[in-house]
Design a protein. Structure first.
Length: 383
């Protein structure tokens, strides 16, 4: 391949011998943002991405809606306040508590109903992440259960809404921090069974490859062996923005990690986005925030969003990505100063952080009726 003709990722980084868009079967590429992200300098790139996102938003919002959305809680976790709010929050609390959540999204793809799990994190695997392992080593085990209790396993929560683990067609994550894929996909040697045996993982190739040789500023947040030995035929490496089906798209939002991506869903309450670029609604709307310090920080720094900033080495791209997200989604009807960006790990009021409370809490995205696909029909589709 001619190096000069290789596709480029945000910031002009050349991708490694991949086509402009690697698309899994059933999905279609979205090219609206490609030229904007290829803009050479950060300032012009921000403006180009915002303009392109406005056009994408108009087309997506006018299109069909997803079939259903449900939100499943996964785990409580402490998190440094300085990361959650880019050091902007005025508080004496070193930690906030967030709830990490998974979304179940159903949509039509070529007339067939498909089910996506977005962010189905394996909690034991996540706890082996170097940062959280070091944090846990300083806290007695009994207290850990109080500070970070788990919710019911995801297969049990799926059963409560009428779905089985076998019904999941796709798994995706907004980024690969703290993820251990072995229990999710199973391993080639059969030693670890797949929790979701029929699911295909949709993961950006750039982040998949970077996982093999991480930058030091990312190492603390990845499970070192989290993808080792996984069942490769169930991994689909993507290189562009994707429409998965009616009312559902995965869009590159790099910065927090190299392959960060945001899920956008068109629902009866408007367009929602899901990512961990921010940790609560206030991150995307700091000028309307009641969290002490956020508005004054943004005035001093002349910025419009507040990053979830535990990995700051690509902060300019993350900032642009948050502006993209804010542009695509709708406003919150009960609080129009805020946008419908749902943090996959949302800061929640806690005795650990007295006086620090998000101005509004989303808690869940709910839409439509869950479609139960008869087992016989699913078997016919598989054939």
């Amino acid at each position: 391949m001619d190096l000069c003709r290789q596709p480029k990722f945000p910031g002009g980084v050349i991708l490694r011998d991949v086509p402009p868009h690697a698309v899994p079967p059933g999905a279609t590429p979205i090219t609206d943002l490609d030229a904007a992200w290829a803009t050479g300098s950060p300032g012009p790139r921000l403006r180009a991405v915002r303009t392109a996102a406005e056009r994408l938003r108009d087309r997506f919002a006018a299109g069909p809606r997803a079939v259903s959305v449900r939100t499943l809680p996964v785990v409580f976790s402490p998190y440094p306040t300085r990361y959650a709010f880019w050091g902007a929050a005025l508080t004496v609390s070193p930690f906030v508590v967030f709830i990490h959540r998974c979304l179940v999204v159903q949509f039509l793809q070529g007339g067939q109903c498909k089910t996506l799990l977005f962010n189905p994190t394996d909690v034991p695997g996540a706890r082996s992440t170097p940062y959280f392992a070091r944090l846990a080593a300083r806290v007695p085990a009994r207290l850990q259960k109080v500070l970070a209790p788990e919710f019911a396993p995801l297969p049990d929560q799926l059963a409560s809404i009428g779905l089985r683990a076998e019904d999941v067609d796709y798994v995706a994550y907004d980024h690969m921090h703290v993820q251990d894929l072995r229990p999710i996909l199973g391993t080639e040697d059969g030693r670890v069974a797949a929790r979701f045996p029929n699911a295909t993982l949709l993961v950006p190739r750039v982040e998949w490859d970077d996982w093999d040789d991480l930058h030091p500023m990312q190492r603390a947040w990845f499970v070192r062996d989290g993808k080792r030995g996984v069942t490769q035929q169930r991994v689909s490496l993507t290189t562009g923005d994707l429409s998965l089906g009616d009312g559902v798209m995965l869009v590159r939002t790099p910065g927090h990690t190299s392959g960060n991506q945001t899920l956008f869903v068109n629902t009866d309450s408007g367009v929602w986005g899901v990512s961990e670029n921010g940790t609560c609604a206030d991150n995307w709307s700091p000028m309307d925030s009641r969290i002490p310090g956020l508005r004054s920080f943004c005035r001093r720094q002349d910025v419009d969003v507040v990053l979830n900033a535990n990995t700051p080495e690509r902060g300019a791209d993350q900032y642009t990505s948050m502006v993209l997200e804010r542009t695509v989604v709708d406003r919150v009807k009960r609080a129009p100063g805020f946008v419908q960006m749902f943090p996959s790990s949302e800061v929640t009021p806690s005795a650990m952080s007295p006086g620090l409370r998000p101005t509004i809490l989303h808690r869940a995205v709910t839409h439509g009726d869950v479609a139960i696909v008869p087992r016989a029909a699913r078997a016919r589709v598989a054939e």
